[in-house]
Design a protein around this ligand. Structure first.
Ligand SMILES: Cc1cc2nc3c(=O)[nH]c(=O)nc-3n(C[C@H](O)[C@H](O)[C@H](O)COP(=O)(O)OP(=O)(O)OC[C@H]3O[C@@H](n4cnc5c(N)ncnc54)[C@H](O)[C@@H]3O)c2cc1C
Length: 464
């Protein structure tokens, strides 16, 4: 008899509820993962994200082999095929219980319900555990029992819950038997890209990064986090996106550093970011439509977006003539990552100044980001486009040139990614068109003032 751990968005050994519970049952334990290129495509995962998952799997396979836990890698494109492959593995291994950590999207929840039914029909079971959040999704409610729609009261309740429920991590398991041969992960080279390899996809590397950030940088987070040229943020998002780290581990580590050394406003602000992550998961949990390309605010569905056309291509390629936007998009294309301040700037530029449907940008980010994560990506896009919960008011539109002067004052970040204007001095680096332009670098593809006015008018028209 075997207990099977189905790894999904939780590619780690430590603080893994499903793995711990499976081991506690006292039977043989095996692990499995379903490679699902068809699903990955449906979820807009790009080559850099797929590569991260495959590298994380390689590392997980090594760790499981060391512990003597067999690891089975299945391949199935659709959820139906995946469930069938899993059922067949359950038959082969005489599985009594499948253990898995919760996933939140509608189709994933439906898939799990169907699998549970079939397993139960066959005399076994599927047990699902709360995992991706610090505070389990769906737990916090307003005084009137509704899900929260506004972040600040949610975060107040979240902090209260965290105080009342000290974090208890699930320990990483010890050896279960002699080391085994490492399960080979199919290379799938045609689906992968290697420009995210600067990011090391192992649990050890994740813990080193978490430890270093919380001890050395977290205290300065509040002052430094908005400047893309500086290493002011943790860069942990890819680990969280594929579950090499859990939110609980991050919070507990931050709490321990605060308890030992104090952390001041920096720690407080950083912990608020972990809360934002939970908030957006909670939104997806309660409002599954946001995961199905629908606006959180239904009235904004009536906005008439402009056709994507050349402007969208210029945005994607970092050729808009607005240096900070272009530097940010090139950072995304070249490294698979983009700084949070720049995600807001580029998303607002697309959805407000170019007035192109935020869903096109959401999809492009998902295809390019190493840390692509539906709840946060959707939340960030709907925040920027003013279609989401507690989003930026529609009339508060970032001016990307002013943002550039404020958050990249010397143009250091711009020079890194837009070499054709690197020679410019003074304020011209933020807006070369003001200094007569630079040969080989485009003029701005849109007037910032006029497009801002037009976007505001479009939102105001919704009220009439
Ligand atoms: C348009 C847009 C798209 C985004 N897409 C994604 C995405 O696909 N995946 C993703 O993980 N984040 C996304 N974010 C949120 C945020 O930009 C990234 O989490 C952050 O830049 C990651 O860098 P870091 O790990 O250094 O974060 P830190 O600043 O060190 O924050 C710590 C952790 O908190 C979480 N976090 C931080 N800011 C946010 C936020 N605004 N919303 C939700 N969680 C947050 C992340 O897990 C992050 O790793 C998006 C934001 C915007 C505006």
């Amino acid at each position: 008899m075997t207990q099977l751990v189905w790894f999904r968005n939780d590619l780690r050994l430590a603080d893994n509820p499903a793995l711990t519970r499976a081991l506690a049952a006292g039977e043989k334990v095996a692990g499995c993962f379903i490679l699902a290129p068809g699903q990955w495509q449906d979820h807009d995962w790009g080559p850099v994200r797929i590569d991260l998952v495959l590298r994380s799997l390689e590392s997980l396979a090594e760790s499981l082999a060391e512990l003597g836990i067999p690891f089975h890698v299945l391949k199935a494109d659709t959820f139906t095929d995946g469930n069938e492959a899993l059922l067949s593995l359950c038959g082969q291994l005489q599985v009594t219980t499948v253990h898995a950590n919760e996933e939140y999207s509608v189709n994933e929840r439906k898939r799990d319900r169907l699998l549970k039914k079939t397993l139960q029909h066959n005399g076994s079971d599927l047990l699902i555990y709360r995992d991706q959040t610090v505070v389990p999704a769906g737990t916090l409610r307003t005084g009137s029992g509704d899900p929260y729609a506004v972040f600040t009261p949610y975060s107040r309740q979240w902090r209260h819950w965290v105080e009342q429920h000290p974090i208890q991590l699930y320990p990483a398991p010890g050896a279960q038997g002699k080391p085994l041969a490492v399960t080979a992960i199919p290379a799938l080279t045609h689906l992968r890209a290697d420009h995210g390899h600067w990011f090391v996809a192992t649990e050890d590397a994740a813990h080193e990064a978490l430890d270093a950030f919380t001890r050395e940088q977290m205290q300065h987070y509040k002052e430094k986090r908005d400047f893309p040229a500086e290493p002011g943020t943790s860069l942990l998002s890819p680990y969280l996106a594929v579950g090499i780290l859990s939110g609980r581990q991050c919070l507990q580590q931050a709490q321990q550093v605060v308890a030992a050394n104090g952390g001041g406003d920096g720690a407080h602000t950083w912990i608020t970011e972990l809360c934002w992550r939970d908030f957006y998961i909670d939104i997806l949990y309660h409002h599954p439509r946001v995961g199905r390309h629908r606006a959180y605010k239904p009235d904004t569905e009536a906005l008439t977006w402009k056709p994507k056309g050349d402007a969208f291509t210029a945005w994607c390629e970092g050729r808009t003539g607005i240096p900070l936007v272009d530097a940010a998009m090139r950072q995304l294309n070249q490294t698979g990552w983009m700084h949070n301040r720049l995600r807001m700037v580029t998303a607002m530029f697309l959805s407000k100044n170019l007035f192109i449907d935020w869903r096109a940008g959401e999809q492009y980010f998902m295809e390019k980001l190493l840390d692509g994560y539906l709840p946060s990506n959707n939340g960030g896009w709907q925040w920027s486009a003013s279609t989401g919960t507690d989003s930026a008011p529609y009339f508060r539109i970032f001016n990307p040139v002013t943002q550039s002067e404020r958050f990249d004052p010397q143009g250091t970040f711009i020079r890194r990614y837009v070499p054709e204007i690197a020679h410019l001095t003074g304020k011209a680096i933020h807006d070369p068109s003001r200094a007569g332009g630079v040969a080989g670098y485009p003029s701005p593809i849109v007037g910032l003032k006029e497009s801002r006015k037009q976007a505001i008018a479009q939102f105001q028209a919704l009220k009439n």
